[in-house]
Design a protein around this ligand. Structure first.
Ligand SMILES: NC(=O)c1ccc[n+]([C@@H]2O[C@H](COP(=O)([O-])OP(=O)(O)OC[C@H]3O[C@@H](n4cnc5c(N)ncnc54)[C@H](OP(=O)(O)O)[C@@H]3O)[C@@H](O)[C@H]2O)c1
Length: 270
């Protein structure tokens, strides 16, 4: 199964389908990431705050997958935005992961509790990229006003909440125009969108699972997508999405589900 790659604004490529690990304890992350790597996923999304970088690292080390075939993302937490803290945080993440670089390092949130400090974090991230500690740099949960405050390089990625009932079509388009690739977190709507009758009807029509239908929708929109599961059968079926297509009508039906139904934190509040 070949996962399409997307070329980012810095020339690096990212596998469009990756694997999420939020709310997964360290030992469970080790098992689920091992299953994901055996299934064929080569793009893993973690974060310092998830507390599972060691488990992810153990799974990577045990997998035997060559490092240059893997794409590993981790994220800088909110209280580490000042440059010395950011460097220490990255070094800690690399040690836990057992890696000498990550493929993508993201500022996790702009963080209202540390106003404006993300600007300093962004300067630090650019230094880390220059030093080779990270291959690509990006942001997560940034609104346009946060993006506008950054100096220097344009983020390669903005990882934001996106799923059929919270699709952010205008912002998604605007990011693409700015050369910033949108990446969907909670792409299945934390499983809530799977029961939507439009999704289940399309799934029945195609003889596919609701999760496969939603993952296809993200892929066909050009979004990077990182569904999470700790269930081996779901890890496998969520990856089995490259031998069918949604029709333009089915895409339009799913686009019609957008209801502004945010499930996670609002960037202006977290
Ligand atoms: N940057 C950020 O601020 C941010 C925020 C949230 C998430 N993320 C990232 O995005 C990833 C994905 O988001 P998420 O974990 O919030 O939610 P999600 O991927 O939208 O949904 C995960 C939920 O769906 C279930 N599921 C997965 N595949 C399924 C299937 N085929 N059939 C039925 N249920 C299925 C999972 O259950 P089981 O696990 O029990 O199988 C889990 O309960 C995270 O893991 C994390 O890496 C980033």
């Amino acid at each position: 199964m070949t996962v399409p790659t997307i070329t980012l604004n810095d020339g690096a490529t990212i596998p469009q389908l990756g694997f999420g690990t939020w709310q997964v304890a360290d030992d469970v992350a080790e098992r689920s990431v091992s299953t994901a790597l055996q299934t064929g996923y080569r793009h893993i999304d973690t974060a310092a705050i998830y507390g599972n970088e060691k488990g992810v690292g153990r799974a990577i080390a045990a997998s035997g997958v060559p490092r240059d075939e893997l794409f590993v993302t981790t994220k800088l937490w909110n209280d580490k935005h000042l440059k010395d803290d950011a460097r220490q945080a990255l070094e800690t993440s690399l040690t836990k992961l057992g890696l000498d670089h990550v493929d993508l390092y993201l500022i996790h949130w702009p963080s209202t509790k540390h106003p404006g400090q993300f600007v300093e974090a962004w300067d630090a991230m650019q230094t880390f990229k220059y030093e080779g500690l990270v291959r690509s740099i990006g942001v997560s949960n940034f609104n346009q006003e946060h993006l506008d405050a950054l100096n220097g390089a344009t983020p390669a990625i903005n990882q934001i909440e996106m799923h059929p009932t919270f699709a952010q079509p205008a912002y998604r388009e605007s990011l693409l125009k700015q050369g910033i690739r949108p990446e969907a977190w909670s792409p299945l709507g934390m499983s809530k969108d799977l029961a939507n009758p439009v999704i289940t009807a399309i799934a029945t029509e195609l003889g596919r699972t609701p999760a496969q239908v939603i993952i296809r929708w993200h892929l066909q929109l050009g979004t990077v997508v990182i569904p999470k599961s700790v269930t081996p059968e779901r890890i496998a079926s969520n990856f089995d999405v490259f031998d069918f297509q949604l029709s333009p009508e089915q895409m339009a039906q799913i686009n019609g589900l957008d209801a502004g139904a945010r499930l996670g934190g609002d960037p202006l509040e977290v």
